[in-house]
Design a protein around this ligand. Structure first.
Ligand SMILES: Cc1ncc(COP(=O)(O)O)c(C=O)c1O
Length: 342
């Protein structure tokens, strides 16, 4: 039985044309600043996000953590959305590496200006840890690929600015938000000091993320990348895949979003609770007997990750077609029948 892999949009294989772009890429030692393909990718990213500069980093986690390094001092507080990736899935890095603690704000990946005003404790008193950064995640992974509404984002960012905070955007899947809303990346990025986005998620490149910001900010991120061991040499072979992805794999994210919707509707028709309704390329759903359901999935070569008790996350991507979605639904309908008759 053919494997259908809906665990994550990170599982994609580089397509032949992307491999060709990798093979042809002119390269140089990027630690000496001599890799023309890395330079081209960084210029492209900065321009797309409307920032002065960008830096290529090996991963989204490094993009987030190198950014936090430049925006904080030990003892500071970072405010981040509930279940933010930088808090939940980056091995405790904010505390372990930078001595900052992360306080969550809002719920379901979202917050508003009044949440920001309530969360920031005035730090004139030396007992109080200064709140230094507000971090957004858009789209939000754990909240099921949810898009942060543009108006609420602007208002929350403005409230944070008034309170003297710096702003970071974990835009690992920013281009999903761009394609789903039609709001350009530069508009999403405008309020932020640092924005990281990933090439290796829905965009289908094998490796890499970019951090975008002002020249001064990116100079600091460059140092933080070195500190983290993320300076690479002939990295143009990776950057070439990123350029290819930005040229060919942005608009097609709409296909992933349509497939996620189709999958969610199919699950609903089978009596499976989908919560929340998908906005981009993720489908979160709940089943009663999760262990039996997971066994059914693995017996049918269907890969979908459990993400909380009774809760699963399916992610559509470049290597999943509409026919795969229909086939996945067919296999799930068998599981549902089996569980009902048990
Ligand atoms: C929202 C978000 N931020 C950051 C990351 C980290 O990316 P990486 O796996 O490249 O470190 C991920 C990975 O899934 C993510 O979903």
């Amino acid at each position: 039985m053919r494997v259908i892999d809906l665990r994550s949009d990170t599982v994609t294989q580089p397509a032949p044309a992307m491999r060709e772009a990798i093979a042809k890429a002119p390269v140089g030692d990027d630690v000496y600043g001599e890799d023309p393909t890395v330079d081209a990718l960084q210029r492209r990213a900065a321009q797309l996000l409307g920032k002065e500069a960008a830096l290529f980093v090996p991963s989204g986690s490094m993009g987030n953590q190198a950014s936090l390094r430049t925006l904080t001092r030990p003892g500071d507080v970072v405010l981040a959305s509930e279940n933010a990736h930088l808090l939940r899935y980056e091995a405790g890095a904010p505390a372990a590496l930078w001595g900052v603690h992360v306080k969550t704000i809002g719920s379901g990946g979202l917050f508003d200006a009044s949440d920001v005003r309530q969360a920031v404790v005035p730090a004139q008193d030396s007992h109080v840890a200064p709140t230094r950064v507000l971090a957004f995640e858009n789209t939000h992974n754990f909240a099921g690929g949810r898009i942060f509404p543009q108006g609420a984002l602007r208002e929350a960012a403005a409230a944070a600015r008034e309170l003297g905070l710096a702003l970071h955007l974990d835009g690992a899947r920013l281009f999903n938000a761009v394609v789903a809303t039609g709001v350009p990346a530069a508009v999403w990025a405008e309020p932020f000091d640092t924005v990281s986005f990933c090439l290796s998620k829905g965009l289908g490149a094998p490796v890499g993320s970019l951090v975008c910001g002002s020249h001064a900010q990116i100079r600091k991120v460059h140092r933080a990348r070195k500190l983290l061991g993320g300076a690479m040499r002939q990295a143009g072979i990776l950057a070439a895949a990123g350029l290819y992805a930005l040229d060919h794999h942005v608009e097609r994210l709409a296909v992933d979003h349509a497939n996620a919707k189709r999958f969610a509707e199919g699950l609903g028709a089978l009596g499976i609770a989908v919560r929340p309704a998908p906005e981009t390329n993720m489908v979160m759903f709940e089943v009663g007997d999760a262990a039996a359901f997971a066994r059914g999935l693995s017996e049918r070569a269907l890969r979908i990750n459990p993400i909380a008790p009774g809760r699963f996350r399916a992610v559509t991507h470049l290597d999943v077609t509409e026919a795969d979605i229909d086939e996945a639904l067919e296999r799930i309908s068998e599981i549902v029948r089996e569980l009902r008759s048990a």
